[in-house]
Design a protein around this ligand. Structure first.
Ligand SMILES: Cc1cc2nc3c(=O)[nH]c(=O)nc-3n(C[C@H](O)[C@H](O)[C@H](O)COP(=O)(O)OP(=O)(O)OC[C@H]3O[C@@H](n4cnc5c(N)ncnc54)[C@H](O)[C@@H]3O)c2cc1C
Length: 434
């Protein structure tokens, strides 16, 4: 490949902080709140215009699963306390997300906790001293800047910082590195809630006048779309649609992401035509808005001190060095070859022994110091990842890692040498239960 040589240059250090968090999704924002509440200086850097990650920019329908999550509960309560002129539809579940309220709540909560927030900024590179991370290089409208930190938390979902720091990783499925499909979420209006159907999983089979909705979707929708997943929004008549689908996209490759945006946008009008024709209550539905970005389910899995597996989840393992607790969800592996559930996935037929935990070791990368992982980029198998990737679990991981980073700074020890029992005591004081 043809190359050019970039000249060396001095970069302004715009901030020095205790804990720097790259990425402001459910994991990053929870980490920021938890760390700041321990009394350390925290800065969060987010590439998008708002905080929330997939929950807001990705237009996510709802916080999934049976996980107990103190920070998720706090955010949900704060959203529900906001009263705006157009009131929320009473039919939505408590877990349904009002994206505009969540954006506002996250800005306010982090600001009140004293977190320094920077949006519209990409964490583009790392500042390394041997194998120790000393900070992050930012790229934005302001140019190229540096922030130095005692501990950096990679909550970018894709693990952009860990990759730059040369933490070993593989992508996707263990045997061939193929990754879960991507989806551009969108919202429709004009739905008659009194008659509408809401199939919420691949295994929700609903009989409609012209047949069974999942079967009709597989027959009629543009491939690789084909499943029908529809969720009540917080506003009457509005429905969040999780039905666009594209396979073999690498979410760490800009060309693939561009292709995904183009193809999924093309699927939207065809999906709306399908709903108007076949789904009761959707005869007059129309497009309201699409998400700010295509939703990427899976990319890099990093090597850390422990790799959590599907068996750990099935056994409801309680690890002695737990930092995230009471986690419950299924194996939500989307079909890597098309629509619906993958043969290795399990939704309604998922039967684990109960709620599991995630050990601190899954978040402590091999080789590199002063760096912690939080969210969907922690160390786990493809199967385990399909479970821990959901937002309440990522928020719990973020909370645990935020506290661990804060104690690392306060006690002057490397993150890998943090006293996990002390982290657990702080987590309990922040509402975490074992
Ligand atoms: C289509 C789809 C449907 C889903 N459905 C559900 C559901 O119904 N319920 C549920 O609970 N979960 C669902 N999930 C899973 C869940 O939304 C994600 O796995 C979860 O949000 C991951 O949290 P995170 O904080 O690790 O990452 P993200 O939510 O991806 O947040 C990462 C943040 O980091 C930012 N970022 C990335 N790189 C950089 C960088 N280099 N510099 C600065 N910022 C950066 C991003 O802009 C983003 O805001 C779904 C996911 C997808 C894609």
């Amino acid at each position: 490949m043809k190359t050019i040589h970039e000249m060396e240059r001095d970069i302004p250090v715009i901030a020095e902080t205790d804990v720097l968090i790259a990425g402001g999704g459910p994991a990053g924002t929870a980490a920021a709140l938890a760390a700041a509440r321990c009394g350390v200086r925290v800065m969060i850097v987010e590439n998008n215009s708002c905080l929330g990650g997939i929950a807001t920019s990705g237009m996510m329908s709802h916080w999934t699963g049976g996980t107990f999550s103190p920070i998720m509960n706090e955010l949900q309560d704060a959203c529900h306390q906001i009263r705006w002129p157009v009131e929320d539809g009473f039919q939505a579940s408590y877990a349904a997300i009002n994206h505009e309220k969540l954006k506002l709540v996250l800005f306010n909560k982090l600001d009140e906790a004293g977190v320094v927030i920077r949006t519209h900024t990409l964490c583009a590179d790392v500042v390394m001293d041997g194998t120790t991370v000393r900070g992050v290089i930012l790229e934005s409208k302001s140019g190229r800047e540096a922030v130095l930190a005692e501990v950096v938390i990679d909550a970018t979902g894709d693990g952009d910082i860990a990759a730059k720091a040369n933490v070993p990783f593989r992508k996707g499925r263990d045997e061939d590195e193929r990754m879960q499909p991507v989806t551009l979420m969108f919202k429709i209006a004009g739905v008659d809630y009194s008659r509408a159907i809401f199939p919420g999983s691949f295994e929700s089979y609903v009989q409609v006048p012209k047949g069974e909705i999942q079967a009709l979707g597989k027959q009629i929708l543009p491939k690789p779309a084909g499943h029908t997943l529809l969720y009540r929004s917080t506003q009457d008549g509005h429905v969040v649609v999780n039905m666009t689908n594209l396979i073999d996209i690498d979410g760490t490759n800009a060309d693939d992401l561009t292709k995904a945006e183009i193809e999924t946008h093309r699927q939207i009008p065809l999906i709306i035509d399908f709903l108007r024709e076949y789904a009761p209550g959707y005869e007059n539905c129309y497009l309201l808005a699409s998400a700010e970005m295509v939703g990427v389910r899976e990319t890099r899995h990093f090597e850390a001190e422990y790799i959590i597996t599907g068996e750990d989840i099935m056994e409801a393992t309680v690890f002695p060095d737990w930092i995230a607790t009471k986690l419950l969800f299924n194996f939500d592996i989307h079909n890597l070859d098309g629509a619906g559930l993958d043969k290795n996935g399990a939704q309604h037929h998922f039967h684990s022994k109960g709620k599991y935990t995630i050990p601190y070791r899954c978040c402590v990368p091999k080789v590199v110091d002063n760096l912690l992982l939080a969210g969907r980029d922690i160390c786990g198998t493809h199967k385990a990842h399909s479970n821990f990737r959901v937002m309440p679990i990522c928020a719990n991981i973020g909370q645990g890692i935020g506290v661990a980073a804060a104690l690392s700074v306060k006690n002057g020890v490397k993150p890998r040498d943090v006293d996990v029992a002390a982290v657990q005591e702080v987590l309990k004081s922040q509402g975490v239960e074992l």
